[in-house]
Design a protein around this ligand. Structure first.
Ligand SMILES: Nc1nc2c(ncn2[C@@H]2O[C@H](COP(=O)(O)OP(=O)(O)O)[C@@H](O)[C@H]2O)c(=O)[nH]1
Ligand SMILES: [Mg+2]
Length: 297
């Protein structure tokens, strides 16, 4: 699918205003059936360096001619009023470049709705761009949100912060595909963090798809480690291509969205009344959500 930036911006605004409208459903279904890009989720605590890293990744992908759509989920307007985020970096992209499109989404006070909105935006952008990048803040269980929409999950860890590792060791977060230790220019502290991460990952159960998670040291400031991170994302992308793993993983994600959307809208009781929520392979979950909403609502 091709769409120029103003048309895409209008489609996303319409998705936000009228997620159940017939034209929106039709766009979601068409987009779901024609995935083009690879979805990369970048997550980690506020201040770890995600946005700065995104800018570096985007530049690298654009240099090899790939188009990039970005969804930056910003929870700062919710309660924290931005205070937590401190000196945050804005994404640096060239507004005249038609190969990059950035959409920010603020959580405000509607976190449930945000998950469904992010999902819809991702599906539309996945049909248009070579790469879809999703930046989300995660410090604990919320990492699983991005795991539900991304093909490749990159978890960012800051040197000198033990917390993220504790979550991983305790099995609270799903094991990411890649761990980026940011701010590698901090030297020995970053190297220590990297070996701690590698140690924590070695304790994890190998995932069923037999992917061995990797640890990478990156510095967006010193511009080191970014090509290696890109290569690791490429390697995971190839891994998913083998044996139809990507299609299987996306199908499992879509079945989860269906359950979550029905639970969000109609509660546990609605979920029970919905009955069998398995999805035939390749079938769009959006059409199913609409069907069920009509029946349950
Ligand atoms: N030393 C160093 N600082 C960095 C690096 N990347 C980002 N930062 C700084 O870390 C702070 C938070 O970065 P930001 O990208 O906004 O983090 P986010 O909240 O995870 O998106 C900013 O002050 C950045 O300048 C890096 O590679 N090295
Ligand atoms: Mg950020």
């Amino acid at each position: 699918m091709t769409m120029d930036k103003p048309t895409l911006a209008a489609a996303l605004a319409r998705l936000e205003r009228a997620p159940d409208a017939d034209d929106v459903r039709a766009l979601l279904d068409d987009s779901y059936r024609a995935p083009r890009g690879h979805v990369v989720g970048v997550t980690g605590p506020p201040g770890v360096g995600k946005s700065t890293l995104l800018s570096a990744l985007i530049a690298a992908w654009r240099a090899r001619g790939e188009t990039v759509g970005v969804i930056a989920v910003d929870p700062s307007s919710r309660r924290t009023g931005g205070a937590l985020l401190g000196d945050r970096a804005r994404l640096a992209t060239d507004p005249s470049d038609d190969g990059v499109f950035v959409r920010s989404m603020a959580a405000r006070d509607r976190l449930g709705g945000l998950a469904e909105l992010t999902l819809g935006a991702m599906v539309i952008m996945r049909a248009i761009f070579d790469i879809v990048l999703v930046e989300t803040v995660g410090v604990g269980q919320s990492e699983t949100d991005v795991a539900g929409i991304a093909d490749t999950v990159v978890f960012c860890v800051q040197p000198g912060s033990g917390d993220s590792l504790q979550f991983m060791k305790a099995g609270i977060v799903e094991i990411p595909h890649l761990v980026a230790v940011t701010k590698a220019d901090l030297g020995v502290m970053a190297e220590r963090a990297a070996s701690d991460v590698t140690g924590a990952l070695s304790l994890a159960e190998p995932d069923s798809a037999a992917w061995q998670p990797r640890t990478l040291l990156v510095s967006s400031r010193a511009r080191t480690g970014v090509p290696e991170l890109i290569a690791a994302i490429d390697a995971h992308r190839r891994h998913l291509t083998e044996g139809g793993r990507r299609a299987l993983a996306r199908h499992a994600q879509a079945e989860l969205w269906l359950v979550e959307a029905i639970r969000d809208r109609f509660g546990r009781h609605g979920l029970a009344r919905a009955g069998d929520l398995s999805l035939p392979p390749g079938k769009s979950p959006f059409a199913r959500i609409a069907e069920l909403s009509r029946r349950l609502g």
